[in-house]
Design a protein around this ligand. Structure first.
Ligand SMILES: *Cc1c(COP(=O)(O)O)cnc(C)c1O
Length: 356
């Protein structure tokens, strides 16, 4: 069964675009590798598994995803070290998480064998697209959407699962100033905030744009009921170092996405002997800690940037500047350690990296 499922047809490009790429000046997510993986779900099963040249796909105007939003995705990375070795970081966690999202959106699960074998083959085939510079990697975007022509509102019967990849340099180049969002929400209890759903992103654009117009690169999302409790920052999980404790919102309300970077950072912090607290985090306590000088660090965690340190936090009209990035021993140390593990330079005690 697994053998048959994982049979992937391969059509190689006749003309690689690799020679045209200026790897030193890549705009994030604008340059795509030569190949993509595509699979179709129809009649209750996945078929037409194929790696083919990266190219536009044709869709019906009645494609259900475009109307009713059955669209989910993942984000992950492949790394290449100085020796040219290639590593994926916790890929099976992405394979599991896309199915958490699929279940929430009434979409079919993609078997882990298909996800993993497609991913490995695709990354191997386009391995020359993986930049080896320190901040660089190959960003991988697996996603699934309802492809059926359908105007009735019901879960679609046909889907496409696609993986494509893009070489990327470091994600954030400017310091991140954040504003605590007191009006809009990213997620609600009972909603789909815990799933990686395209619509969550679409609905977050407007408040994020308003924040950007006011000079804040990211928002700190708060709960939709009272706006008193912090959930995430932008499209990342968020962590606070108060004194020697590392504090982050817990996942129990299903309004915070279970980031793989979040889990990795917490695991490393615990191993370093740092006291970690996953619990409700109130805006009040963060502001109090900022005022008293106990707030040592605030940072977002996610695949794109790994750790994005936040330089100021604003609540209503009050802005709090945070300690200089160079002084943030804990997040700098964790960030370096994670990168070393991802590049196969440091012992991987947890079985996180998969060498290709
Ligand atoms: C993807 C995502 C994250 C980060 O997850 P990672 O697995 O660490 O990349 C955090 N918050 C939201 C809303 C996300 O979509």
């Amino acid at each position: 069964m697994i053998e048959v499922l994982s049979k992937i047809l391969v059509e190689k490009t006749t003309q690689s675009r690799l020679p045209e790429v200026d790897f030193d000046n890549i705009v994030f997510g604008k340059v795509f590798s030569d190949h993509m993986f595509v699979a179709d779900y129809k009649n209750g099963e996945w078929s037409n598994l194929k790696i083919q040249p990266y190219a536009p796909i044709s869709l019906s105007p009645a494609c259900a995803a475009l109307h009713y939003g059955q669209a989910i995705f993942e984000g992950m990375k492949a790394y290449k070290n100085e020796k040219g070795e290639i590593f994926l970081f916790r890929p099976t966690d992405n394979a599991k998480r896309i199915n958490v999202s699929a279940r929430r959106m009434c979409m079919p699960e993609i078997p882990e064998e298909i996800f993993m074998s497609a991913l490995k083959q695709l990354v191997k085939m386009d391995s020359e697209w993986i930049p080896s510079g320190e901040g660089s990697s190959l960003y991988i975007r697996p996603f699934m959407f309802a492809s059926e022509q359908l105007l009735g509102v019901r879960p679609a019967d046909e889907y496409k699962f696609i993986i494509f990849t893009a070489p990327v340099n470091s994600y954030y180049s400017t310091p991140v100033n954040v504003k605590v969002e007191m009006e809009y929400s990213r997620a609600t209890e009972g909603g789909a905030g815990f799933a990686k759903v395209a619509g969550n992103y679409g609905a977050a654009l407007y408040p994020a744009k308003m924040g950007q117009d006011q000079g804040y690169q990211q928002l700190v999302w708060t709960d939709s009921v009272s706006h008193e409790y912090i959930e995430e920052s932008g499209t990342m999980n968020v962590m606070f170092q108060i004194g020697n404790k590392l504090i982050t919102p817990n996942l129990d309300f299903k309004t915070t996405l279970a980031g793989i970077t979040r889990d990795s950072v917490l695991t490393i912090a615990r191993e370093m002997g740092v006291e970690v607290e996953e619990r409700r985090v109130s805006v009040k306590e963060i502001i109090a800690a900022a005022k008293s000088g106990e707030l040592k660090d605030v940072f977002g965690t996610g695949t794109a940037a790994t750790i994005a340190q936040i330089v100021s936090i604003t609540l209503k009209d009050e802005r709090f500047e945070l300690p200089p990035i160079e002084q943030r021993d804990l997040s700098n140390k964790i960030s370096n350690k994670l990168l070393n593990i991802k590049k196969g330079r440091e012992e991987d005690k947890y079985g996180w990296v998969l060498k290709l």
